[in-house]
Design a binder for this molecule. Structure first.
Ligand code: PSU
Ligand code: MN
Length: 333
């Protein structure tokens, strides 16, 4: 009995230590003092991305949402760490002024920065909004394991022909960070995205969505199911503890449906997506421009209601992620 208890204690201590590993090797990253302290004191932390600010939403919603999301994380007792690149410096945790500056920078002067873009943006001392993939990399380098966003990138419609598959998916397969999101945007091919995540070995779950019904960003049910559903943040925290013990070095995806009252009408959103996708094709939009183009076209077609849904789900995901971070910490003693 005593032996078993000792084993458990050691396992928990190891898991806790893992949470803040890799503090040696990030001289190229500037940590906000509050984030540094939180890492040092093992407080619950939630990373937040910045492509959503630089390329995902228009002014002023981008800045008001980014500030509100940080507030939501704090209200649950966790510390927010928004990640971005400013003048070639990778920052983890932004001041309010930095956040506003980033939000106001015209899109053509700030790079949407995924894994492949990081070296160039840093070497040219440019500004960058980090995608899910880049945010995961940086969060992991400083020892943050939980990250909240709206939706991740995926396999685009017709992606099996164009090979337009977001680097977010391969990152989830190679970087041990847990991402809380509202599933995969319905502008993408959801079944193929889930297949790809399976191939990458990503542990895909839903939370607060019985039966593993996977959300599709603007609505609560994509029509696809994932293998595991978590009842609440406590169950998610328990999963993360086991994930650390198993030590896979790959990510976890937690899909949280957006609150019912903000869910879009499925037919209307599908119509808007078809129209926006056709428009993108006609205009020859390709590569990294596709996602931002579609998001803003859909917002225009739905007269802003998709943007409202987008804001609501990000706030909700930040709340859930903070709850998981707190439960994880509490369980680790
Ligand atoms: N979803 C949104 N807004 C966004 C994104 C997704 O509602 O801004 C961003 C995220 O940063 C995500 C990226 O990582 O788009 C994916 O882009 P791509 O498909 O080019 O990899
Ligand atoms: Mn792409």
């Amino acid at each position: 009995m005593l032996f078993r208890r000792r084993c458990l204690f050691t396992a928990l201590r190891l898991a806790r230590r893992n949470l803040t590993t890799d503090r040696k090797n990030h001289g190229h990253i500037v940590l906000h003092p509050e984030v540094q302290q939180a890492l040092h004191e093992r407080q619950p932390l939630v990373a937040l991305e910045s492509t959503i600010i630089t390329h995902g939403m228009p002014m002023p919603e981008n800045v008001t949402t980014a500030l509100a999301v940080e507030e939501v994380v704090r209200s649950q007792g966790a510390i927010p760490a928004t990640i971005a690149i400013m003048d070639g410096i990778i920052k983890v945790g932004l001041t309010k002024e930095e956040l506003c500056l980033l939000a106001q920078t015209p899109r053509e002067r700030v790079i949407k920065c995924s894994r492949r873009d990081l070296p160039f943006v840093v070497s040219r001392k440019m500004g960058g909004g980090t995608t899910v993939a880049a945010t995961m990399i940086i969060a992991h380098q400083v020892g943050i394991e939980l990250f909240a966003t709206g939706g991740i990138g995926g396999v685009h419609r017709e992606g099996h022909v164009s090979l337009d598959i977001s680097a977010d998916l391969t990152e989830l397969g190679r970087t041990p960070v847990a991402v809380v999101c509202s599933g995969v945007k319905s502008i993408l091919d959801i079944p193929r995205t889930l297949e790809y995540l399976e191939t990458q070995g990503v542990c895909v779950t839903s939370l607060g969505s019985p039966g593993g019904v996977f959300p599709d960003f603007y609505t609560r049910d994509s029509g696809c199911k994932v293998p595991y559903d978590l009842a609440d943040p406590q169950e998610a925290a328990a999963l993360l503890r086991s994930w650390k013990e198993v030590n896979l070095q790959s990510g976890v995806l937690i899909g949280v449906p957006l609150p019912e009252e903000f869910a879009a009408d499925k037919d209307k959103i599908e119509e808007a997506i078809k129209e926006a996708t056709a428009d993108a094709k006609a205009k020859g939009i390709s590569g990294k421009e596709v996602t931002p183009f579609l998001l803003s076209a859909i917002s225009e077609i739905t007269k802003g209601s998709s943007l409202k849904a987008n804001i609501a789900l990000i706030k909700n995901n930040a709340k859930v992620a903070a709850e998981i971070a707190v439960a994880y910490r509490n369980g680790c003693g």
